[in-house]
Design a protein around this ligand. Structure first.
Ligand code: KG4
Ligand code: ZN
Length: 338
């Protein structure tokens, strides 16, 4: 069922999702199979790298088979293989890379290594078929918080990034403190629906005037200090209020910085990406701010926000179209910069 389309096989294993996808002509998803290890890591309260690698190895062949079957293609139909090569957990990345290189070598297919953040941004090309660069992107995930000016498909200018914790990391750490479970983002999002976001005033860290960088490491301490002081005073702690107030503080900063970046660049298109892009308050508040400022906002559907291989296949397609390919020396780069 190739029908003259250019088919990319995408592979993603940078953290705790084993995912294989088939994407036609860059933006049409034929299959996007995701095997999440959340249940395995939940008991540890976070991702254990060694366990993640082992599970990627165990899951890869069934995820691959399922993706090929769902798409109704064989390896012969595949025109390109794209794989996340960084940043991420090195052992986890290596499983995806070894798989991609083996297929590329055996079936004589071109190979493209993809930066994970570029993949997250590309999720929006799948969701919004009309979207073209240039635009501004706010990438918020468990490992990254970046404001990026996307000049072209493969041209990125980083305007700001977190200096310490990523936004998703802050959600996960605060959820642990509040004993809400793992992963923290969705749990806080849910708990916050029952709480008052103005009940506790957590500090909004904006850094230097005009800075587009972020800092989220202090907010966990802020939440801990609040909990301790309430306990010392013998006052009751209502978890949904704390969750809602924390979430509001993080979202306030993200929205303010995104709007600052839009004003500075004069861009009238903003793309949201990464796992935290699934956050309901962030989506609502960003939509309101964008409407006020006359900016068109693009968000992926929740499934395309978190780690998946379709976004990697899409990114690989556009890299290949620009003549950017890799060879068998492609390696895993845990701290790869955009
Ligand atoms: O993009 P992703 O799947 O993995 C990384 O590249 O890091 O993002 C995972 C992160 C986790 O920190 C998770 O707590 C967060 O995204 N997340 C959310 C929500 N859903 C996932 N954070 C806030 N609200 C959500 N609804
Ligand atoms: Zn990610």
């Amino acid at each position: 069922m190739k029908e003259g389309k250019f088919i990319t096989l995408g592979i993603e294993t940078s953290c705790d999702e084993t995912s294989v996808a088939l994407v036609a002509d860059g933006r049409e998803v034929l299959s996007n199979v995701i095997s999440s290890q959340i249940e395995v890591h939940k008991v540890f309260g976070g991702v254990v790298p060694e366990i993640a690698s082992r599970h990627h190895l165990n899951n890869m062949s069934s995820v691959y088979k399922s993706a090929m079957e769902t798409a109704g293609v064989s390896l012969r139909d595949v025109d390109l293989i794209g794989v996340t090569c960084g940043p991420g957990l090195v052992g986890a990345l290596l499983i995806g890379l070894a798989t991609a290189k083996a297929f590329a070598y055996a079936a004589k297919k071109p190979l493209v290594g993809v930066h994970h953040i570029q993949g997250h941004i590309c999720a929006n090309y799948i969701e919004h078929k009309e979207l073209e660069p240039p635009f501004l992107a706010l990438v918020v995930s468990g490992g990254h918080t970046h404001l990026v000016y996307v000049k072209d498909y493969n041209e990125h200018v980083v305007l700001g990034r977190t200096r310490d914790d990523a936004a998703g990391e802050a959600f996960d750490k605060v959820a642990r403190v509040l004993e809400l479970g793992y992963p923290g983002g969705p749990k806080i999002d849910q708990a916050a629906k029952e709480g008052d976001p103005h009940s506790v005033e957590f500090k909004r860290v904006m850094l230097e005037k005009d800075s587009l960088d972020f800092s989220f490491s202090g907010i966990k301490t802020g939440v801990l200090n609040y909990l301790n002081s309430q306990k010392q005073k013998g006052e009751e702690i209502y978890v949904p209020d704390v969750a809602a107030s924390f979430q509001m503080a993080v979202v306030d900063v993200l929205v303010a910085k995104a709007m600052m970046a839009a004003a500075r660049t004069g861009e009238d298109k903003l793309v949201l990406a990464g796992g935290v892009a699934a956050n309901s308050l962030l989506r609502t508040m960003l939509a309101e701010a964008c409407e006020k400022a006359g900016i068109a906002l693009y968000c992926p559907s929740p499934l395309l926000c978190t780690d998946n291989a379709a976004m990697i296949g899409c990114a690989a397609h556009y890299k290949y179209a620009a003549g950017l390919t890799d060879d068998m020396t492609l390696d895993a780069y845990p701290s790869l910069v955009l």
